[in-house]
Design a protein around this ligand. Structure first.
Ligand code: IMP
Ligand code: MG
Length: 180
């Protein structure tokens, strides 16, 4: 099993690239079925979701869509700060659009809770959430429950496949779990 040491913490491979690819295809198939006759606008939440988004969007079948990006930050080190900062705001008109937010991981749900309110306020027709990972035990905002989930995870901190540890290790091709 592959391992990574980062900032004094030991991580072990948890989802291999092949397992991730299966999860991504299953999410893509559901979205493809649900958005056949729509023209969704995908809003990728930077920085973490860029890897998942690149794979997910290319795995869609026959979905005419647009993609845009937003950059927010609510996290530093291993815990959430409880505040959301819009570092790069939305640059696309979302009025009347069927929006699908693409996230790397939903933890407390604060990011999604605030983002959904933001997009609805801008007139989105519908807002759904696709996330690679979901930590149901940590969810604090009911409306932040994702509609499309790659994989559920307990409360452990994970890195790789876009997920960072203070900005590093996003480029790992697998998802690694911290070991106490
Ligand atoms: P939330 O707003 O509490 O749901 O946190 C969501 C954000 O926190 C995600 O988009 C990630 O950037 C970050 N995050 C949450 N859990 C982890 C983790 O286990 N590893 C790395 N980043 C995480
Ligand atoms: Mg993130």
């Amino acid at each position: 099993m592959r391992t990574v040491d980062e900032q004094g913490y030991h991580f072990e491979e948890w989802l291999t690239p092949a397992e991730i690819a299966k999860d991504v295809q299953q999410v893509a198939d559901k979205i493809s079925a649900d958005y056949q006759d729509k023209e969704p606008l995908f809003v990728v939440v930077l920085n973490g979701a860029f890897v998942f988004a690149a794979d997910l969007l290319r795995a869609l079948k026959d979905v005419r869509c647009e993609v845009t990006f937003i950059r927010v930050s609510s996290y530093w080190g291993m815990s959430s700060t409880g505040r959301l900062e819009f570092i790069v705001p939305l640059q696309q008109v979302v009025d009347q659009r069927d929006v699908v937010i693409i996230e790397d991981i939903v933890d407390s749900g604060l990011t999604i809770h605030q983002l959904k309110a933001h997009l609805r306020g801008l007139g989105a027709n519908s807002v759904r959430v696709a996330t690679m990972l979901f930590k149901p035990a940590k969810l604090e905002y009911d409306d932040a429950k994702p509609d499309y989930i790659g994989h559920e995870i307990s409360e452990e901190f994970v890195i790789g496949y876009g997920l960072d540890f203070d900005g590093f290790v996003r480029n790992l091709d697998a998802i690694y779990k911290v070991k106490e």
